[in-house]
Design a protein around this ligand. Structure first.
Ligand SMILES: [Zn+2]
Length: 470
């Protein structure tokens, strides 16, 4: 049996989920549903990154103990993904015992290769970014994202010999053209690995929060280093059997975290002598109604608010159709409504409604064979969700054209019942095909249509699939 292991990034728990997080999760969910429908054993993993120093500060601000804070916030994230029906198989929390075990095993394996050493670190650290920042990347002494002055940190840290893997990383890029996608991310990383990559510090002395460094509990494992290992934790690593799911088939990430995923993570795996992921895909960013979103500046759209106004599939449709996956784009509430009315209410909703009305009126016990003319699997497998939906909507337009041309109501009036049935059979076959192709993309819509088509006798929908919005 084939397997398919897909991951989303894990999210800092110190903010609420916004529509940008939903975008990645929906894309991952489409892939997971698609491969499940194909009969693969699927592992879709998502979860939260809890070991950040930012959480300690957020908990202090909220006046609650840190463990209680992360417990509450992990629940918020889990409920949010449940609320948008993301069919994850595991929801990882990096404060879990299993994760600590995996991190320790990984550090031990890297240490055994001679890839970890104790060194002196001095640098600028932005708590907001949870990352060291080179002096050249500061603007007037401040982080360009957070507009705050970074801390100056000077301490002994454990380092990972990342530079030892420069040639091996470049060879991997050369031999696996699909490993890092899209092309823009791949090119950026090739230049980073060739020109900029240095050994990285992977521990911190400050603070009591976080996973202890093996054999030296005066250090915590650097939060980014621990976070990446979550992808192994969920396979059961280091216990026997993790090889069943590892390596990941697809890591979906945002383009802001490519350095960690496309250079540091594969080098860590090489060091620990583990297989590398098949594909790491970095999607683009939204603006919202033309404005920039950012995780800490707080002008994001909460998926719960959108769901008050639109059914889930309408939001899935918009997210997947509007912006080619991998590109940057704009999330516009005006465009959402336009697409909702023209493509969902008038497009698929109207086709199903007019067809089933004709069937109910003229031949409710009609038999038909599901059509085969459309197959969008290959677009989905290439993460070209916009193309998959475009093809499906072309088919919707074609079927509408058949009805307009053949005018079944006139055939009925003229008593040409054989011809009438043939026309409706072919349209029903096409709609059945469409509903099948929509199973991974718009699962509720696919299910509704299939329910209507399998009824005997067939009846027109009691209410529209998508009710027009004024
Ligand atoms: Zn920052």
């Amino acid at each position: 049996m084939a397997k398919y292991f897909i991951t989303t990034p894990i999210y800092y728990v110190n903010a609420r989920p916004h529509v940008g997080h939903m975008y990645t999760a929906v894309a991952a969910d489409v892939m997971a549903r698609h491969y499940r429908n194909q009969g693969s054993e699927v592992l879709l993993s998502t979860g939260v990154d809890e070991n950040s120093q930012k959480n300690v500060e957020a908990a202090e601000k909220a006046g609650i103990p840190i463990q209680k804070y992360v417990d509450q916030m992990a629940q918020v994230w889990k409920e949010s993904f449940d609320g948008i029906q993301i069919t994850y198989d595991t929801f990882i929390r990096t404060t879990s015992k299993e994760h600590e075990t995996a991190v320790h095993a990984m550090v031990d394996a890297m240490q055994a290769r001679g890839d970890i050493y104790l060194g002196d670190y001095q640098g600028y650290y932005c708590v907001g970014c949870e990352e060291f920042i080179a002096e050249k990347d500061l603007s007037e002494g401040k982080c360009t994202i957070h507009k705050t002055e970074p801390k100056v940190i000077q301490e002994k840290n454990y380092f990972f010999k990342l530079t030892k893997y420069r040639d091996a990383l470049l060879a991997w890029y050369k031999n696996s053209p699909d490993a890092v996608r899209p092309e823009s991310a791949r090119n950026k990383m090739l230049s980073y690995i060739t020109d900029e990559m240095q050994d990285i510090s992977i521990s911190r002395q400050a603070g009591k929060w976080g996973i202890r460094f093996p054999q030296d509990d005066s250090h915590a494992v650097y939060v980014w280093f621990d976070a990446l290992i979550n992808y192994l934790t969920v396979t059961g690593y280091p216990s026997q059997g993790y090889e069943k799911m590892w390596p990941a088939d697809l890591h979906l990430i945002g383009k802001d975290i490519i350095k960690f995923h496309c250079a540091i993570w594969p080098a860590m795996l090489m060091s620990a002598e583990l297989p590398l992921p098949n594909t790491i895909f970095a999607h683009g960013f939204f603006t919202i109604n033309g404005e920039k979103i950012s995780k800490s500046l707080g002008d994001a759209i909460d998926p719960r608010d959108l769901l008050k106004d639109y059914p889930l599939d309408a939001i899935r449709y918009y997210l997947l159709r509007e912006i080619p996956f991998g590109n940057d784009g704009d999330f516009s509430v005006v465009r959402l409504k336009e697409r909702f009315n023209s493509e969902l209410a008038n497009g698929i909703g109207n086709l199903v409604s007019r067809t089933l009305t004709l069937v109910e009126k003229n031949c409710p016990n009609i038999a038909f064979v599901k059509g085969q003319s459309l197959d969008v699997s290959s677009h989905i497998e290439h993460l070209a969700f916009d193309k998959a939906l475009t093809d499906i909507w072309h088919e919707i337009a074609r079927l509408d054209g058949v009805i307009d041309e053949k005018k079944p109501w006139e055939l009925a009036k003229a008593g040409k019942s054989d011809e009438l049935e043939t026309v409706l059979q072919s349209v029903l076959a096409g709609i059945a095909n469409i509903s099948h192709e929509l199973e991974a993309l718009l699962p509720e819509t696919a299910e509704s249509i299939q329910g209507l088509l399998s009824a005997s006798p067939i009846k027109k929908p009691a209410e529209p699939l998508f009710a027009r919005k004024d």
